[in-house]
Ligand binder design. Sequence first.
Ligand SMILES: [Cu+2]
Length: 168
Amino acid sequence: MRRACLSIAAMATLLIMTGCSGPPPLYVDGGYVRLNANPQAPSAAYFTIHGGGDPVVLRGVTTDEAVRLEIHESMTQGGMASMKPVDSVDIPAGKTVKFAPGGKHIMLWGVNAQTVADGKISFTFIFSNGDRILADAVVQKPDGSAANAAAGNAAAGDHMENMANMAH
Ligand SMILES: [Cu+2]
């Protein structure tokens, strides 16, 4: 599913470069879950959302593979790091919104152990324009290495393929 979205994005990029004026697609990629070293504590998921032709709002994220999740925003105030849940995230047209450590993230409670072993978690992103976009996240151990070596390598391969597409 993720691969299909990426190739549509790559094709759209090519169309734009060849002079077609179709709007850029809204899509999600670069997903990974960083497991918490403390199994009782929540883990975090990170993604990159690429805005399409019109501004939209991310209204929610779901997964079948965790007990609960929340969209969070981390901040540092007076040297104190904290985070708070957010209900929605604005995705401006044509802009990239990155979920990354120290900023926006998806907090996950009770990640399915079998999913962790498989090394991949699927999420659905729900947008204000009605789009529901499925995106996979590679599961990483607390040290950043892949929880499942095969899944981790496949993701790295996707990334390389992506870079190659962009170079065309
Ligand atoms: Cu959080």
